[in-house]
Design a protein around this ligand. Structure first.
Ligand code: NAI
Ligand code: MG
Length: 498
C-alpha cells in the first residue's frame, strides 16, 4: 500500500509546486492573498493549498474572458484550428493519464485504478468528441413563404453563434470529468470560460488548465478561479459579465444559481441531484443484475448523481437479490484510493462523512433495517461501509433524500404498474435502471419513467455522444452529445429581401 504522498511518482511534481489560479493566461494568487486547504480524504490530512479566490478575482477573470471573447485571436480563429486545440487537450490528458489519475485519487479519494480507467479517458474522449463539433456547428436555410408579402423573394437562414462568457461551477465527485463535460462544448462553440472547481477538489482542474495552455489555447479563453461556493461560486453565478452559467451540484445550490441568474436573465444549465430507481424484475438474469445493482450504487462510493439508490426488486426474487447485493457489498475492498487493490475509497470530506452517517443514524432511529454496513470504517479518513437498507419507505429520509454515499434502500414490488408509479414518486428525475430479459416489458416501462437516462440491463454507462441530464428537480438542459452544443449557442435568424 502506498502510504505517503511522496511515494507517488507522477503527481509529486505537481503537488510540490505552489498553486495559483489562471486568469488571462497568468498564474495568480487570490487578490486578498488567502488560501484554502486541500485534503486527502483517505488520511484526513491537508496535502496542499490553493488560492481562495472571491468576488474580486471573479471580476478579473470575467473581464479576461470578455476580452478573449470580444477581440482576441480566439474569436477570429477558424473552426478547424479551434478543433485542433481541443483535440490536443484530449491528447495531452491521455499523455498525462497516470499523473491526472493520481492527482484525482489523492484529492477526491477515488481508487486510482478507477480514475485511470474511467475519469481520465472519459475526460480525454469528451475533448476528442467535442473537437469534431467545432467544424460542424452550422445553421440552416429555409424556404420561407410569407403570405402577407406575395411575390417577394427572400433568402432566410440561421447562424449559430457562441453564447458568450460562460461561468462553469463543477462539483467534487468527478472533478476532472465534470470540468471536461463543461469545457469541451464551451470551446467547441467558441465561448470563453471562467471555471470554478469545487473547494474540496481543485487540483485536477489546475493541472488541466496547464495542459490547455500547452495545447495552445489563447490567454483568457479559459480562466480558473479556485475558491468556496458561497464566495467565488456565488460571485460568478450572479456576475453581470457572464452570459450563461453551467452548474453541476446539489439541487439546493442549483436553485440559488437560478435565482442569481434571474437578475439579468442569464442562460442557465443545471445538472443536480438524483434518487434514481433501479428496477430488478424476477425474469432478469440475476447473475448480471445483482452485481449490476450493487455497482449502480457503490460505484464512486455512491457519490454519483445518477446512483441507483432506490433498488426496486420484484417480490419473487426479493430475498435472493437483497442477499446477493449485500454479499457483493461485503466483498468490496474499502481503502485508500492510491492502493491498487482498493475498490472503494473514502467519501470526499468530513462534511460528507457527517452527512452520510447522519442519514444512517436517522434510518436506524426510524426502524429501517440495516442488512449490511451502516457505519463509518476505520479511525482515519472518511470511510463508510457499503450499506444495504431494507424496509425504508416514503417519510424515511434515507428513502426520500439523496444520500450521496454508498447506501442503497431495497424495496419490494409486485407488478410493472406499481413499480412505474413508485419509481416516479420523487422530486428527482435523473436516471433509472431496468433489469429484465423481457424486452417488451422494458420498452413499455421506459416511456413511463420520468428520467433523463434509462439504462436497461446495464447501469452507469456514460459516453461523450450520449446526452445526459435531468427531468424535474434533477436539472435543466443536457450535457454531452450534439444536444449540449445547443446549450452553448444562440440561434440568429437572418432574412434578406432579394
Ligand atoms: P454544492 O452544490 O454546494 O457544490 C457544488 C459546487 O457548487 C461546488 O463547486 C461549490 O463550490 C459550488 N457552490 C456551493 N454554493 C454555491 C453558491 N451559493 N453559489 C455558487 N456556487 C456554489 O454541493 P456540496 O455541498 O458539496 O454537496 C452537498 C450535496 O449535494 C451532496 O451530498 C449531494 O447530495 C449533492 N451533490 C450533487 C452532485 C451532482 O453530481 N449532482 C455533486 C456534488 C454534490
Ligand atoms: Mg455546499
Amino acid at each position: 500500500m502506498v502510504t505517503t504522498v511522496e511515494a507517488v511518482s507522477h503527481a509529486t511534481r505537481f503537488l510540490k509546486q505552489p498553486k495559483r489560479m489562471l486568469v488571462d493566461g497568468a498564474w495568480v494568487d487570490a487578490c486578498h492573498g488567502r488560501t484554502l486547504e486541500v485534503y486527502d480524504p483517505a488520511l484526513g490530512e491537508v496535502i496542499d493549498h490553493v488560492p481562495a479566490g472571491d468576488a474580486e478575482d471573479v471580476d478579473l477573470a470575467v473581464a479576461a474572458a470578455r476580452r478573449a471573447f470580444a477581440d482576441s485571436e480566439w474569436s477570429r480563429m477558424t473552426a478547424s484550428d479551434r478543433g485542433r486545440i481541443i483535440w490536443r487537450v484530449g491528447d495531452l490528458i491521455l499523455e498525462h493519464a497516470d499523473e491526472l489519475a493520481e492527482i484525482e485519487s489523492m484529492d477526491n479519494g477515488k481508487p486510482v485504478s478507477v480514475a485511470r480507467a474511467a475519469d481520465v479517458p472519459l475526460a480525454a474522449d469528451l475533448f476528442h468528441y467535442m473537437a469534431g463539433f467545432a467544424t460542424k456547428i452550422h445553421g440552416q436555410t429555409f424556404p420561407i413563404s410569407v403570405p402577407y408579402a406575395p411575390g417577394a423573394q427572400f433568402h432566410a437562414y440561421t447562424l449559430k453563434e457562441p453564447v458568450g462568457v460562460v461561468g462553469q461551477i463543477v462539483p467534487w465527485n468527478f472533478p476532472l470529468l465534470m470540468a471536461a463535460w463543461k469545457l469541451g462544448p464551451a470551446l467547441a462553440t467558441g465561448c470563453t470560460v471562467v471555471l470554478k472547481p469545487a473547494e474540496q477538489t481543485p487540483l485536477s482542474a489546475l493541472r488541466l488548465a496547464e495542459l490547455m495552455l500547452d495545447a495552445g489555447l489563447p490567454n483568457g479563453v479559459v480562466n480558473v478561479i479556485t475558491g468556496f461556493g458561497e464566495t467565488a461560486g456565488a460571485a460568478l453565478a450572479g456576475h453581470p459579465g457572464v452570459d450563461k452559467v453551467a452548474f453541476t451540484g446539489s439541487t439546493e445550490v442549483g436553485k440559488l444559481i437560478v435565482k442569481a441568474a434571474a437578475n439579468d436573465l442569464k442562460r442557465v444549465t443545471i445538472e443536480l441531484g438524483g434518487k434514481s430507481p433501479n428496477v430488478v424484475f424476477a425474469d432478469a438474469d440475476l447473475e448480471t443484475a445483482i452485481p449490476g445493482a450493487a455497482n449502480a450504487i457503490f460505484f464512486n462510493h455512491g457519490q454519483c448523481c445518477a446512483a441507483g439508490s432506490r433498488l426496486y426488486i420484484e417480490q419473487k426474487v426479493y430475498d435472493q437479490v437483497l442477499v446477493g447485493v449485500s454479499d457483493y457489498a461485503d466483498k468490496i475492498m474499502v481503502g485508500r484510493g492510491l492502493d491498487p487493490d482498493t475498490e472503494m475509497g473514502p467519501l470526499v470530506s468530513a462534511e460528507q462523512l457527517e452527512r452520510v452517517t447522519g442519514f444512517l443514524e436517522a434510518g436506524d432511529r426510524e426502524g429501517v433495517r440495516t442488512v449490511t454496513g451502516g457505519t463509518q470504517v476505520g479511525e482515519h479518513g472518511y470511510f463508510v461501509a457499503p450499506t444495504v437498507l431494507d424496509g425504508a419507505g416514503p417519510g424515511n429520509s434515507v428513502f426520500d433524500e439523496e444520500i450521496f454515499g454508498p447506501v442503497v434502500t431495497a424495496i419490494p414490488f409486485s407488478d410493472t404498474a406499481e413499480v412505474a408509479a413508485a419509481a416516479n414518486e420523487t422530486i428527482y428525475g435523473l436516471a433509472a435502471g431496468i433489469w429484465t430479459t423481457d424486452l417488451t416489458k422494458a420498452h413499455r416501462l421506459i416511456p413511463q419513467l420520468h428520467a433523463g437516462t434509462v439504462w436497461v440491463n446495464t447501469y452507469n454507462i456514460f459516453d461523450a455522444a450520449l446526452p445526459f441530464g435531468g427531468y424535474k428537480q434533477s436539472g435543466w438542459g443536457r450535457e454531452m452529445g450534439e444536444e449540449v452544443i445547443h446549450e452553448y449557442t444562440e440561434t440568429k435568424s437572418v432574412c434578406i429581401g432579394l
